[in-house]
Design a protein around this ligand. Structure first.
Ligand code: URP
Ligand code: ZN
Ligand code: ZN
Length: 461
């Protein structure tokens, strides 16, 4: 079965060119100069549109038990929403519960995802119990295609790891080539601020932001970088939100340390003002680290341009407003932490192109090519080139759309971007050669997506 995507502009991280793309089976067979006669079973007209590698969202939480409840997108609904938004690969987090093994955790996450995903998927592993056994098991996880391990400097009593535990895991990462991913917020200090706020009767969602000041993200980021330096471990800072943390990452990268960071659309487009919305509406925006005052956004866009921020993931962790976010009425610390977003990352980042914050090529790089290289999937993913998986998005740069819970495909009862008007929209999506989205029609389904065992980070110096 062959498909020809004709008449579009192929945009890779390295440049944009007018070319037709020939797909044979699950793979890209050739890029063809416009005008050359090529036979194909099916032709997709991409005139006036971009033809880009499918998006790779390196940070999602489907069906994640957290905050006394569970994130509401299943692997099926979450990957279906991802496909609608032009994301053809997700990397989700398996979560080790204290007292359990990493390998049984991995098995558990495979049984949640296998046969249920609409697009390809991989796993990172959250390590919440550092001991001799789990450190040894990191090696088996790497053999099983999971070589990125997330740790938390936040959430004491839940996922929190001491500096000593982090140091030991980093030593193992240094030994094996794995990357430690870090949730960098000083959770011990934050817990005191939270307790003080509640004792003073400050219970509204905005307190979530005020009790997690950017300085405590900056401090934890610097501490993680120091521990990574001492051990020689690669370090990847997840969901970076504050300029204080970005400064620390920039400094480390300038010295040639293997330090990388992602930010998320919510930190580029939303702010503390959203957390401060009245009548408990701010609960929709509770995630950690919290949304920051607007001035941080300028720095984050700058960081994306200068490659101090390597890429953008969503940290998609949806909880419904009704019954889930509402658990925190009268006590902001009980609002489940997390926001939906897997469907809109490509579109929101395209606004960066529309507004002149990003070049077209950088849009593709931070949403697809760099995640592919960072998470050991390149050149199978992240590029329109012969031999790559035919994960392809035909993107209409001039279409207008308005984001809304009424029209999105995520299994959550609100949109964090309700009413936001965007320029640009996904037109057609191919996942390994199969058309899964075509205009307003979905032709994919659970079980199409395959597990991706991943190689090591390709950026290590
Ligand atoms: O609030 C967040 N970010 N929820 C998801 C879990 C995490 O820390 O990434
Ligand atoms: Zn986190
Ligand atoms: Zn997360």
């Amino acid at each position: 079965m062959s498909t020809l995507i004709r008449g579009g502009t192929v945009v890779n991280a390295t440049g944009a060119v007018a070319a037709d793309v020939l797909v044979q089976g699950e793979k890209i067979a050739a890029l063809v100069a416009p005008g050359f006669e090529v036979q194909a079973d099916t032709v997709i007209d991409a005139t006036g549109k971009y033809v880009i590698p499918g998006g790779i969202d390196g940070h999602t939480h489907m069906e994640m038990p957290f905050g006394g409840t569970s994130s509401v997108d299943t692997f099926e609904t979450g990957t279906t929403a991802a496909a609608w938004g032009g994301t053809t690969t997700i990397i989700d987090f398996a979560v080790q519960a204290k007292g359990t093994s990493l390998l049984s955790t991995l098995d558990k996450w495979h049984s949640k995802a296998d046969g249920n995903c609409a697009v390809d998927y991989g796993f990172h592993m959250i390590v919440s119990d550092v001991n001799d056994t789990s450190l040894k098991e990191m090696e088996s996880c790497i053999d099983a295609g999971v070589n990125t391990f997330k740790m938390f400097m936040a959430y004491p009593g839940v996922f929190y790891a001491t500096d000593g535990e982090i140091l030991r895991a980093m030593q193992k990462a240094r030994e094996t080539g794995a990357t430690i991913m870090m949730h960098a917020e000083n959770g011990i200090a934050i817990d005191q601020l939270v307790a003080q706020a509640l004792a003073n009767g400050k219970t509204d969602p905005v307190q979530h932001g005020l009790t997690r000041p950017p300085e405590l993200e900056g401090e934890a980021t610097s501490r993680a970088i120091a521990l990574a330096k001492v051990t020689g471990s690669p370090l990847y800072i997840v969901h970076l939100s504050a300029s204080h943390a970005l400064d620390a990452v920039t400094k480390a990268r300038d010295t040639g340390q293997n330090v990388f960071a992602e930010t998320c659309p919510q930190y580029l487009f939303l702010s503390l003002e959203d957390l401060a919305k009245p009548d408990f509406e701010g609960a929709k925006y509770v995630a950690s680290p919290p949304l920051r005052p607007k001035e941080h956004q300028t720095e984050l866009w700058r960081g994306l341009r200068t490659n101090d921020l390597s890429l953008v993931s969503t940290d998609h962790c949806p909880f419904c407003f009704k019954d889930q976010k509402e658990l925190g009425r009268g006590d902001f610390s009980k609002i489940p932490n997390g926001m939906p977003g897997v469907e809109h990352r490509m579109d929101l980042l395209h606004q960066g192109v529309v507004r002149g914050e990003l070049s077209l090529e950088r849009w593709v790089e931070i949403s697809s090519t760099t995640p592919a290289r960072m998470f050991g999937l390149y050149p199978r993913k992240g590029v329109i080139a012969p031999g790559a998986d035919a994960d392809i998005v035909v993107y209409d740069p001039t279409a207008e759309q308005t984001l809304s819970a009424a029209t999105h495909h995520m299994n959550v009862d609100y949109s964090a971007y309700e009413g936001m008007e965007l320029t640009g929209k996904v037109d057609t999506v191919l996942s390994r050669g199969k058309v899964v989205v075509d205009g307003d029609g979905f032709h994919g389904g659970a079980g199409h997506g395959r597990f991706l065992g991943r190689d090591l980070n390709q950026y290590l110096v």
